[in-house]
Design a protein around this ligand. Structure first.
Ligand SMILES: Cc1ncc(COP(=O)(O)O)c(C=O)c1O
Length: 586
């Protein structure tokens, strides 16, 4: 290899969320910190533990040596580099400068496209599993996601279900879809035929498409990226594509992506929106980085990277298939993510996915909950790290996680904090600190019982207060759980399940995340009548306690509720919820 993909670089304290956020709360789905004696191996957020292409570092240093950083316009070579890269890597023809626009990250682009193309309350189509960031983009803008599930076929390949896509789009009157190609986290590099079929569905239903192709450079042997816009005349005119050098060259911290939009009217709309708001200005280092990345040296570096990543994926998949009984994993066709399905492992061993995740985190395997990506019993694993670290992580998984033996790795962090106490007692103490004002048990109620009636809440809320006074810290009583019916909403009350407790100190809301909008409406009404100073939010899915995805959703609720003037003082992490469940709060 000409380039260095083997050095193990200490990223601690060097602007690296991937390592510095372990055990902290940043986005809501960080891995836990390791136990003493284990170092942390970052295998979660989608950046790489490799140095970038040397041409990029050199270009940035060169530019920094000219110490004036005033306003500037992107150079012609910026656009020419993109056009050449797209021609040579993706066989794109007919691309001109007018079709390209700088974007402040793919998220920046998606957010503006959502603003320009939809209205608050509109529904936006996604495949599930999904890239977690899309959910934030959609909900953060007051829109709602609609899903069609990808399904694994008999060979372990994730497939789109075109009939279901059509059904979901029609039923929900969807006019905008986000299509992820190649797919994170499932690792599919969609074939031309698959993309054509998906576009047929969107075309039939008059649905514009944002095609997120940030992973397009990272494909493996036998799989090449097909730009969505190239599959038909309709796609060329109705698909808005996003690309970036950031995944390929490990440049996420520099910010910088770009759109390709052939439809002149759409391009003007999007461009005008971001120009008017001035939020979308390019950083000069990002410009120089892209030009260097999309050079011939960048091409060569990318090809070496792809072979390193492919080897890592093959090694990890083979190792897992051989040693991790009950873990379903298939070789990705692109990206550097694995999406492990642990359903069988959990069923066989009686463990929860949270225990499995925690067992990995305890020994420094910095993987990430799949719930954040729409996989209930899944784990997402980032394989962009030197092989030696990968092998170390796989060995730790084998020894401490995917084993039938009960090991120290299965204790919770609370045990560490109070080593002289048993796990349950320590956990209970820890949890009671976190729950503070929440002194009640939410009982297991039937679906019908959990229906919530916000309009008739006033009297019952008084009862909740009274009942609350009689409860102790961990025992709780059922009387303090108020279950009401969702009257007054135009949505189907059948759709709305939520449990909540309310007392002088605050509100704890536990809601089914499928009913986010109803929940937010309900909480707003509730708070309108009964102001509280604190709000504790958690969520559960299908009767199971929150995962990290729901933490993010709780944050999204939090954001919306803050706009209603409420101070959110406590959101629960997945870990805290596990503890709450252990002591019977949920
Ligand atoms: C599919 C996808 N889109 C977008 C992003 C983030 O893009 P950006 O950092 O340019 O906003 C990621 C990062 O993991 C991703 O996987």
């Amino acid at each position: 290899m000409k380039y260095d993909f083997t050095s193990i670089i200490d990223r601690r304290g060097k602007d690296a969320t991937a390592v510095d956020a372990a055990g902290k709360r940043v986005w809501g789905f960080e891995p836990g910190a390791p136990m003493d004696g284990f170092d942390f191996i970052p295998m979660w957020v989608a950046d790489m533990n490799f140095k970038t292409c040397p041409a990029i570092t050199e270009a940035i240093i060169r530019r920094a040596q000219h110490p004036l950083f005033g306003y500037f316009q992107p150079k012609d070579v910026y656009y020419d580099s993109i056009i050449r890269w797209q021609e040579e890597r993706n066989h794109v023809t007919g691309l001109s400068r007018e079709n390209i626009g700088y974007e402040n990250g793919v998220h920046g682009f998606i957010s503006s496209a959502i603003d320009v193309l939809t209205q608050p309350g509109d529904k936006i189509f996604l495949h599930r599993p999904y890239y977690v960031g899309f959910i934030g983009d959609i909900i953060g803008k007051g829109r709602r996601p609609v899903y069609s599930d990808l399904k694994k076929d008999e060979h372990g390949f994730w497939r789109m279900d075109y009939e279901d896509m059509e059904r979901q789009i029609r039923k929900n009157h969807v006019r905008l879809a986000i299509f992820c190609s190649p797919h994170n986290p499932c690792g599919r590099v969609w074939t031309r035929e698959e993309i054509e079929k998906a576009m047929d569905v969107f075309q039939k239903n008059d649905c514009l498409v944002i095609s997120d192709e940030i992973w397009s450079d990272l494909t493996y042997t036998g799989h090449s990226h097909v730009p969505t816009q190239m599959v038909s005349d309709w796609a060329r005119e109705h698909v808005l594509a996003a690309y970036a050098p950031s995944k390929t060259f490990n440049l996420a911290g520099l910010i910088g992506s770009y759109h390709i939009i052939y439809n002149q009217a759409l391009n003007e709309k999007i461009t005008r929106f971001s120009e008017n708001t001035h939020y979308n200005e390019m950083n000069v280092f990002s410009e120089h980085a892209l030009i260097a990345a999309y050079s011939s040296e960048g091409q060569e570096w990318t090809d070496e990277l792809r072979s390193v990543l492919e080897d890592n994926c093959r090694t990890a998949v083979d190792f897992m298939k051989e040693h991790f009984e009950g873990v379903d994993v298939s070789m990705p066709e692109g990206t550097y993510m694995l999406f492990l399905d642990c359903t069988d492992f959990c069923r066989r061993t009686g463990r929860t996915i949270d225990q499995v995740l925690r067992a990995g985190w305890n020994v420094g395997v910095g993987w990430q909950t799949g719930r954040a990506f729409g996989g209930e019993c899944h784990i997402r694993v980032n394989l962009a790290l030197p092989k030696a670290r990968l092998m170390e992580a796989l060995e730790r998984m084998r020894k401490y996680v995917f084993t039938n033996e009960e090991t120290a790795a299965y204790t919770y962090e609370a045990t560490k904090a109070e080593p002289d106490k048993g796990a349950v007692e320590a956990t209970t103490n820890h949890a009671s600190v976190n729950t503070r004002a929440i002194k009640n048990t939410i009982s297991e109620t039937s679906q019908a019982d959990r229906i919530m009636n916000v309009d008739s809440g006033a009297d019952e809320m008084g009862q909740a207060k009274a009942a609350d006074k009689t409860t102790d810290a961990t025992g709780g009583t059922d009387e303090s759980v108020q279950n009401r019916e969702a009257a007054g909403s135009d949505a189907d009350p059948e759709d709305f399940t939520a449990d909540w407790i309310y007392n002088e100190e605050g509100l704890l809301m536990v809601s089914d995340d499928r009913n986010r909008d109803l929940t937010v409406e309900a909480v707003k009404k509730l708070l309108g009548d009964h102001p509280v100073e604190e709000c504790h939010l958690a969520a559960f899915v299908n009767g199971d306690i929150v995962g990290n995805r729901d933490m993010q959703e709780a944050q999204n609720y939090g954001r919306i509720l803050q706009n209603s003037g409420l101070t959110i003082t406590e959101l629960f992490t997945e870990e805290e919820c596990v503890k709450l469940r252990q002591i019977g709060i949920f």
